[in-house]
Write a protein that binds this ligand. Structure first.
Ligand code: C2O
Ligand code: CU
Length: 541
């Protein structure tokens, strides 16, 4: 494959939105950041220069980084942050990815403005599993914040309360028709377009639709799906979707595309505004006097609309795009995902709800980052940085999704632990939502891997009944899966990528509260199945 060299300069840049100007963190002065394009089999070499006043790291969301966790990016997991004035070169081999993935900052809340698309075409000489589109358009769903986003986590940590909300959603950096900034996509009647949609929003799942137009979902997270024709999509933070759009409606001239929240948590604060962009047919000026039509989006609390869409996902499972789902499992894991409420303490006073503070956990452990990254600590055998006893199943079994849970479940403990997986283990992991404090849809993302979603359901996972209904024929392969509100998802993967790999909720307030855990996947038996050595310029703490 070809090697693509890129220079990413992270710096503060002034932008004007919502009628006022402010400095935001950008890459190369762009918001959203630059789109990278490559073919499957190519390599990206990105020199990341930090010219900002904050530490920074960059993550390649959806890239597998086979044997090379050193370029994965999450701060204090696989590297220490790049300090102001420094540079770090990241290398991403695109061996199995095909479709849309993306890159974003992976320290604090920097990803709110530091993000962009990565488009991966099929291998040279190969074609899409669908007719070649006339053109391709990245659609990045984002937000605009009047506050300084870099200050949000510390503010939320001090008060123990909810982090503030953004002031508007955006499409390709523009908030839409209520403001003088609207993204316009120009189309030719009769042509088909490939939209590469990314949800780069921090905290909200989104419904998205285009007035009068059907959408055909053909891929997700850089992996193909059997085509799904739909009126709307639901896309969680972290996910990317490839959508075919047939421009077959010119009589009105222009149409809105729009996105707004799907909010599964009862009572949790969310932004109920709608962001819009315009779909404009070329040569349709005679219609321009009519105001464009808004699409019908499901109501914000419509969990049924969300799941009736996501349950349709299926892998292609063809000769050219085969699946490789583990049929036998040797490592069974069950993780609970909970939002917790803790008492304020002397050293941690707080003013959250009921004078308490929020936390969030996986198997009732809230991840605390070490001062040196897990990966270096492991590689250089630095003692006492982390423990190896992250529990394979919850310490205490309970009715996870009961209406009312006893109060002691509200608590969590803090830990810097990893779960050790043997090389090539066949893993089944149940992601179990809970009703502790409040149930919510958790978009769970696993670094370093893609996995098969073999089953899902509402309520508690039943190890006797539910596996009987698993799909082992054409389960969708994903890297970020929405665990439904008060429900569960079963995923399977082969632990064949050695390294330290973060698993976390991609709702940033949950991640900030501790909803993260780390896998340590051991080296394989030979040099081809072992982790590569660290790069010379790896940032030091
Ligand atoms: Cu897109 Cu760990 O993140
Ligand atoms: Cu979550």
């Amino acid at each position: 494959g070809k090697v693509h060299h890129h220079k990413f300069v992270v710096k503060s840049t002034s932008f004007t939105r919502l009628c006022s100007s402010k400095n935001i963190l950008t890459v190369n002065g762009q918001f959203p950041g630059p789109t990278l394009k490559a073919h499957r089999g190519d390599t990206l070499v990105v020199k990341v220069y930090n010219q900002a006043n904050y530490n920074i790291t960059l993550h390649w969301h959806g890239a597998r980084q086979v044997r090379n966790p050193w370029s994965d990016g999450p701060e204090y997991i696989t590297q220490c942050p790049i300090k102001p004035g420094n540079m770090f070169k990241q290398i991403i081999h695109l061996t199995t990815e095909e479709g849309t993935i993306w890159w974003h900052a992976h320290n604090g809340w920097a990803r709110a403005t530091v993000h962009g698309a990565v488009i991966i075409y099929p291998k040279r000489g190969h074609s899409y599993p669908f007719p070649k589109p006339h053109a391709e358009v990245p659609i990045i769903l984002g937000e605009w914040w009047k506050e300084q986003v870099m200050e949000i986590p510390s503010v939320a940590n001090i008060t123990g309360g909810e982090p503030i909300l953004s002031n508007a959603y955006t499409i390709n950096g523009q908030p839409g028709y209520l403001y003088p900034y609207t993204f316009k996509m120009i189309v030719d009647y009769g042509k088909t377009y490939l939209l590469r949609i990314i949800n780069a929003v921090m905290d909200e799942e989104l419904f998205f639709a285009i007035a009068n137009h059907k959408l055909t979902l053909v891929g997700k997270d850089g992996l193909y799906l059997k085509p799904i024709k739909t009126d709307y999509i639901m896309i969680t933070p972290g996910q990317s979707m490839d959508i075919l759009l047939e421009a077959n409606q010119q009589h009105h001239g222009h149409y809105f595309m729009a996105a707004r929240s799907y909010s599964s948590a009862f009572g949790a604060g969310f932004d109920n505004t709608t962001t819009t962009a315009l779909l404009v047919y070329k040569n349709s000026h005679k219609h321009h006097k009519k105001s464009p039509i808004l699409p019908n989006l499901p109501p914000y609390n419509n969990t049924q609309a969300s799941t009736s869409f996501t349950k349709k996902f299926r892998s292609l499972a063809t000769k050219t795009h085969p699946i490789n789902v583990p049929k036998k499992v040797d490592t069974h894991l069950l993780f609970t995902f909970s939002v917790n409420l803790l008492n304020c303490t002397h050293d941690k006073p707080c003013t959250g709800p009921f004078g308490m503070r929020f936390a969030a956990s996986v198997n009732n452990i809230s991840l605390v980052h070490p001062d040196i990254d897990f990966l270096s600590a492991y590689y250089y055998k630095i003692p006492d940085v982390f423990e190896m006893d992250f529990p394979k199943i919850p310490k205490r079994e309970f009715n996870y999704t009961a209406e009312k849970l006893p109060e002691y479940f509200l608590s969590t403990s803090f830990g810097t632990k990893v779960l050790v997986l043997e090389y090539d283990a066949s893993v089944e992991l149940i992601l179990q939502g809970t009703n502790v404090l409040a149930s919510d849809n958790h978009p769970v993302h696993l670094h370093g891997y893609s996995f098969y979603v073999v089953g899902w359901g509402f309520g508690n996972f039943d190890p006797k009944k539910d596996p009987k209904n698993y799909n082992l024929i054409d389960p969708p392969e994903e890297t970020t899966v929405g665990v439904p509100k008060n429900g569960w998802v079963a995923i399977r993967f082969k632990a064949n990528n050695p390294g330290m790999w973060l698993l976390h909720c991609h709702i940033e307030r949950h991640a900030s509260w501790g909803m993260n855990m780390v896998f340590l996947v051991k080296d394989g038996p030979n040099s081809q199945t072992q982790m590569l050595p660290p790069p010379k310029d790896l940032p030091k703490c």
